[in-house]
Ligand binder design. Structure first.
Ligand code: ADP
Ligand code: MG
Length: 533
């Protein structure tokens, strides 16, 4: 036998074992929750994020904040992942999800202090998460397409506190109309709602366009600026004489031959434009380039044309106008033309937009956001996206719950009752799970400058007496029936948040060993500074 130490791994690997690892991970998760905590709810504060290139973002949006922070701690990164999942699945509720996860871990720490084994805690959390879904089902109210009033309220709740205050109602109307319009045989794909932004005076000018607006101008001032009763040709190929890839050499031996050659080219081009006119198009959107001569002829024919329209926009125009993108002139027929009441070019300061308006039953729409500065516009865009996400979510799962912390209090109450039916130590974990949910109303109150303990006590006693929708209305800073007050959220925000928060909390609690290899850049030789010469 030798006394030589055995090395499993290289010496420069960092390792943290057992309690140290657990505590360190929990600490990191708590810190992430702490970062976003102050932004929760309508009275939440904003954060200003400055990038290395001095770009500034002012936002209240959980996922935006966490993504911009370039977090490094591995567990903290798992927390950011929760926000990302929530954003992708629903588009809202990111702060809520991260906060619940943070609180679940913080509360687990208390149990660990009381020498309760992590497997007991994870078992209890798992049971509680499952039960929560069942309870949320009981607490949810049905909504359908026809309940526009409720859908509007859902959109408004999503936008509260996100810099869209004055125009909330108008935005909500736009959102609900847009989502209902793009519904196609029960499918809703938000990609069909284009969000275009423009700097101008008033946020209130934000509008829903039954069609599309995109940043392109007509290629010649001689073309009409407005075309009514538009018949739109969507051209996917260049309107030019084909440029051969290889440099072509033409030998001409007489002026006659040269003229013939040029005549030939001219004829081809004239035929192109003639074909467009023949099918009755008065607007041409071309995905590729347009030759100068084609441009001249189109102008002469009074046709509005844009070139190099992006593929994405072309597809949206097709969906909005009912047209089809053609890839050869021989494919162009009357049936392929898109239709719109109006196509026009509008200048907003430096920006020039082409609008396609008044499409009949469009399956693609544009929300054109107006605002004074890019920071305002961007925050409104995030608010509108939250609203869109929530309304879609309602239509898909057809159920809503009372917001302002009401549902969390009721859920916690019923979970505690459920906990009492369990024997063993998981009961304590269920109890802690319940109090983690109460962290939402507590924080809503705290962020609004109310006394969180008073609020929590009052809410709990109201719920004990059967008032299951009592929560915080932070527009008037009162405890009210939030369902009646119109503070309504899709039930799925909550189920998704609880699901991902508990999953990650459980995963983090199971870790008792963190092995981190050093980040040595490959191929670079490191010198030891302590070498003595
Ligand atoms: P998240 O990123 O989790 O969506 P938000 O900052 O959007 O965070 O806040 C959402 C919370 O704010 C929800 O719990 C919601 O019920 C609550 N809320 C929204 N409007 C109101 C209101 N008028 N009064 C009280 N609470 C509200
Ligand atoms: Mg929100």
């Amino acid at each position: 036998m030798t006394d030589k130490p055995v090395f499993l791994m290289p010496e420069d690997i960092q390792r943290m074992i057992g309690k140290d690892a657990q505590r360190n991970n929990i600490q990191a998760a708590k810190m992430v929750a702490e970062v976003v905590k102050t932004t929760l709810g309508p009275k939440g504060m904003d954060k200003m994020l400055v990038s290395p290139t001095d770009d500034i973002i002012v936002t209240n949006d959980g996922v935006t904040i966490l993504e911009e922070m370039e977090i490094e701690h591995p567990v903290a990164r798992m927390m950011v992942e929760i926000a990302r999942t929530q954003e992708n699945e629903i588009g809202d509720g990111t702060t809520t999800a991260v906060m619940i996860a943070g609180k679940l871990l913080e509360n687990a720490e208390k149990l660990l202090d009381r020498k309760i084994h992590p497997t007991m805690i994870t078992k209890g959390y798992h049971l509680a998460a499952e039960k929560s879904k069942e309870i949320l089902n009981e607490l949810a109210y049905q909504v359908s397409q026809e309940n526009e009033d409720i859908l509007m309220k859902v959109a408004m709740t999503a936008m509260t506190g996100k810099g869209a205050e004055d125009s909330r109602e108008r935005f909500a109307e736009i959102i609900v109309r847009a989502v209902k319009q793009i519904q196609d045989k029960g499918n809703i794909d938000l990609k069909n709602i284009k969000i275009e932004k423009i700097k101008s005076e008033g946020v209130g000018d934000t509008e829903l366009i039954s069609g599309i607006a995109f940043e392109k101008e007509r290629i010649s001032q001689d073309m009409p600026q407005i075309v009514t009763d538009a018949k739109i040709a969507l051209v996917g190929f260049p309107l030019e004489i084909k440029n051969t890839e290889v440099e072509a050499k033409i030998s001409v031996s007489s002026p006659e031959q040269l003229r013939n050659f040029l005549d030939q080219e001219e004829r081809t081009i004239r035929e192109m434009v003639h074909k467009i006119q023949l099918v009755g198009a008065n607007v041409v959107f071309c995905q590729k380039g347009i030759d100068d001569f084609v441009q001249y002829l189109l102008s002469k024919a009074g046709i509005y044309a844009c070139r190099r329209v992006s593929k994405d926009d072309m597809e949206k125009i097709a969906k909005a106008t009912g047209g089809r993108i053609v890839n050869g002139l021989n494919e162009l027929n009357v049936e392929e033309l898109g239709k719109a009441e109006l196509v026009e070019e509008v200048k907003h300061g430096e920006t020039v937009l082409t609008y396609v308006r008044g499409c009949e039953n469009p399956k693609s729409l544009t929300i054109l956001i107006h605002g004074g500065t890019s920071h305002v516009i961007d925050e409104i865009e995030r608010a509108i996206k939250d609203g869109l996400g929530d309304v879609v979510c309602c239509l898909k799962s057809e159920s809503v719950v009372a917001g302002g912390g009401a549902v969390e209090i009721e859920l916690a109450r019923r979970l505690r009752k459920f906990g009492q039916t369990l024997s063993g130590r998981e009961q304590l974990a269920v109890e802690e799970f319940a109090s983690a949910l109460e962290f939402i109303p507590v924080t809503l109150a705290e962020n609004a400058g109310l006394d969180p303990i008073d609020v929590l006590t009052e809410l709990k006693s109201l719920h004990d007496s059967g008032e299951k929708n009592k929560g915080l209305n932070l527009i008037v800073n009162k405890i009210e029936d939030t369902l009646e007050a119109g503070i309504i959220e899709p039930a799925r925000i909550k189920t998704q948040a609880i699901d991902s928060a508990s999953e990650v909390a459980i995963m983090i609690l199971r870790i008792d060993d963190v092995i981190a290899s050093s980040k040595k850049p490959k191929g670079k030789i490191e010198f030891d500074n302590n070498l003595e010469y």
